[in-house]
Design a binder for this molecule. Structure first.
Ligand code: A3P
Length: 296
């Protein structure tokens, strides 16, 4: 293990690690105080799997013909709609807004979200999965730029070179929202436990790249929203990487949330040994579930 890893102050809640430790208290408060409704949509993901993209798609599917609601949705998503950022005020304001539907986002693993309430209300959940090699390269780039979801001062403990960054995750050092020695595959498993529920949809980043119209139609059907062929085509265009990059807010740009948007960029970073180790680690954890990654 690389000696440059700092000892982090980590606290446990429900067996999950949080740093800075205050985040554990915040998560506990959110667990107790988040009340989804049947109209809500929760976008759940591990970081760097296409969360921003999926959120934009869901916003367009729901609000594309409603400029006023879209304006509010644009103002709220990206920052305030993250469960892990939510405070008393956020919950109050979000829940008072005249929304048709409320869109929440989270990077929490499922046990940290109040799934009993999700089940009871049938709030819709969409979980996006991306192949773990592109995910890690994407996170590597983001970690060099900014603190993510209150993980500041992230830059001081995320290794700055690729080899150490890779080791950090593969050796189970993820400091947040994972149990000891856990990381992305465990996050997937935590949500996969719900994949058969009728209010839960799994979407793959690579399928969205391959055939966005097909996947967007699937999302619209799941949300119970009827969209014509022309409307789906408009959403495809409005949520393409090029369009989103062109229209990115200063916040989105500063967070490097639209970097390359490709499948297979990992090949520019992974050595053969790293790639094989990653395959092995994922196989160990996920061989029992019906989920296949696309790497190119
Ligand atoms: P890269 O860093 O590989 O480019 P998240 O929103 O979960 O943080 O994920 C960010 C990743 O999703 C980034 O990957 C980003 O470029 C990619 N992404 C965002 N919008 C996209 C889009 N419209 N099409 C394809 N990829 C997109």
């Amino acid at each position: 293990m690389n000696s440059q890893y700092r000892d982090l102050a980590i606290t446990d809640w429900q067996g999950y690690r949080f740093t800075p430790p205050a985040l554990a208290k915040i998560a506990e408060w959110q667990y107790a105080n988040w009340y989804p409704t049947v109209n809500d949509v929760l976008i759940a993901s591990y970081p760097k799997t296409g969360t921003t993209w999926l959120t934009q798609i869901v916003k367009k599917v729901i609000y594309m013909n409603d400029t006023a609601q879209m304006a509010v949705a644009n103002a709220v998503t990206q920052l305030h709609s993250y469960l892990e950022n939510a405070s008393e005020i956020t919950f109050e304001v979000m829940q008072k807004l005249p929304w048709k539907r409320l869109i929440w986002e989270t990077h929490y693993p499922a046990p940290i979200v109040n799934m009993d309430r999700v089940k009871k209300t049938s709030c819709k959940v969409i979980y996006i999965v991306r192949n773990p090699k592109d995910q890690l390269v994407s996170w590597f780039h983001m970690s060099q730029r900014i603190p993510t979801h209150r993980m500041a001062p992230i830059n001081s403990y995320y290794p700055a070179d690729w080899v150490s960054f890779f080791d950090f995750f593969i050796n189970g050092k993820q400091p947040n929202y994972a149990r000891k020695n856990e990381w992305y595959p465990d996050h997937i498993l935590s949500w996969y436990a719900y994949h058969n529920e009728k209010n839960v949809l799994f979407v793959m980043y690579e399928d969205l790249k391959e055939d966005p119209a097909k996947e967007i139609r699937k999302i619209a059907n799941f949300l119970g929203v009827e969209r014509s062929y022309e409307e789906i085509e408009k959403i495809v265009e409005a949520t393409s990487f090029q369009t989103m990059k062109k229209e990115a807010s200063p916040l989105t740009s500063s967070m490097n949330l639209l970097r390359k948007g490709q499948v297979g960029d990992w090949k520019n970073y992974f050595t053969v040994a790293q790639s094989e180790l990653m395959d092995q680690k994922f196989h160990e954890k996920l061989s029992g579930i019906d989920l296949e990654f696309t790497y190119e």
